[in-house]
Design a protein around this ligand. Structure first.
Ligand SMILES: [Zn+2]
Length: 418
């Protein structure tokens, strides 16, 4: 039986992999292909990446523009946190649908197979994999069986915490229910090291401990996969992250900056960590150029991408999206010698941005540096791949391994690349 198993170590930067820091992944890399040019999407933020992973498409196609987004409701722009458990329900009510293109879960269900997603990040990110309930989604805040049918009690996983201990317990459930079951796609999305890196400096003892914990979870999955292979299963095994991290040097309130210039009316700013999505109500379209000129003149703004140029970063000028701002960064090291710093956008909804700790969301080099290792048919063991790859290539790669077509994806399958 052909199957795919994916383990995501959220927020683990490619340059932080080593024999000392990640011994499990280091051993695995001897028998897997390593994609040295792998990239995230924009925003390089978990909920948006989850939708891009699930669909094989950029946000311009699947429609989930960021980790926080503005929706036009009753003629006004309202900013929403996509991480909340009920965001997709609200999104469906406002838009009449959720994601605009099919997910892996939907494609597999159509072929009579199943996806099982175990996620320990935000509930909204977990639901972005399968918002319409085609497969199984397990999350500490809400779990669903196909239908969707909401799971309660023993069937759900309410006892999981967002830390290494919780990741370890979730890994046990993942191995027993998904890897040792018959799911065509088994996806484990760990909460670490992302969670620790947001609360402690990159390279600090707490951040390094979280990386070691996530690496140990992966090693347990690898062992379980090898057991299944010995039983004759043909398993594609992917270990990856969704984005990297930058050290926060400054927290900027873009709403306040626009207000100080008298440009706030009709504008909605959705903070996405080290980036922002800036929306403009159509009634105020005449001020678009003034707003763009103001943003481009700010010292904290890196790239300001607007209009049709949004296509270059996988976005589109639709649903009142005026521009994307990737905050200015540099390659200087933090106190632990980890390079890559950036300004961040605040106040983020419900999330404190700590100066000196990690953040992501933009286009800077170290946040656009997730890792990717793939082991299985079509991948040369130990080979370092220089071909460009992106999060959107994973769904086509998984579908191809499972013998299913991947028409309609923005990405391409990565098997048999030079
Ligand atoms: Zn993430």
């Amino acid at each position: 039986m052909k199957r795919a198993v994916v383990v995501v170590l959220d927020g683990l930067r490619r340059d932080l992999l080593s024999a000392e820091a990640t011994p499990g992944l280091a051993r695995f890399s001897a028998s897997a292909a390593f994609f040295a040019e792998h990239r995230s999407v924009f925003p390089s933020a978990t909920r948006c990446v989850s939708a891009s992973f699930a669909t094989g498409c950029f946000p311009a196609r699947h429609g989930l523009q960021g980790n926080s987004v503005a929706l036009m409701e009753d003629g006004r722009l309202a900013v929403h946190d996509v991480g909340k458990p009920d965001f997709v329900d609200h999104w469906r009510a406002v838009r009449g649908r959720t994601l605009a293109v099919p997910t892996l879960a939907e494609r597999l269900a159509g072929a009579g197979r199943r996806a099982m997603v175990f996620s320990n990040v935000s509930p909204g990110a977990a639901r972005a994999h399968d918002p319409d309930g085609h497969g199984w989604v397990f999350h500490r805040a809400c779990s669903f069986a196909p239908g969707p049918r909401r799971l309660e009690g023993e069937e759900a996983i309410a006892d999981i915490t967002l830390d290494t201990e919780g990741d370890t317990r979730l890994t046990s459930r993942f191995i027993s229910q998904a890897v040792r079951g018959d799911a065509a796609l088994s996806l484990l999305w760990l909460g670490e090291p992302d969670h620790a890196q947001h609360e402690a400096p990159l390279g600090s003892p707490a951040a390094r401990a979280a990386i070691a914990g996530a690496d140990a979870c992966f090693s347990r999955v690898l062992e379980a996969v090898e057991q299944r292979r010995r039983l004759g299963e043909d398993i594609l095994l992917i270990a990856c992250s969704d984005h990297g991290h930058q050290t926060v040097t400054e927290v900027v309130d873009i709403d306040a900056a626009l207000a100080s210039a008298g440009l706030e009316e009709g504008v909605a700013v959705a903070s996405n960590g080290t980036s922002a999505l800036v929306y403009l109500h159509p009634d105020h379209a005449a001020r678009a150029d003034a707003i763009l000129a103001f943003l481009r003149a700010q010292s904290w703004a890196g790239e300001v991408v607007a209009g049709e140029e949004l296509g270059r970063i996988g976005q589109a000028p639709v649903d009142a999206l005026l521009c994307a701002v990737s905050m200015r960064g540099d390659a200087l090291p933090n106190e632990y010698g980890v390079p890559g710093r950036s300004a961040a956008v605040g106040p983020a909804q419900g999330k404190a941005d700590r100066l000196g700790c990690g953040q992501h969301g933009g286009l800077n080099p170290f946040e656009q540096m997730p890792f990717l290792l793939i082991q299985g048919e079509g991948f040369t063991p130990g080979r370092e791949m220089r071909v460009p790859s992106c999060v959107v290539d994973l769904a086509p790669t998984i579908l191809r391994h499972l013998g299913l077509h991947h028409a309609g994806c923005d990405g391409r399958s990565l098997q048999n690349q030079e």
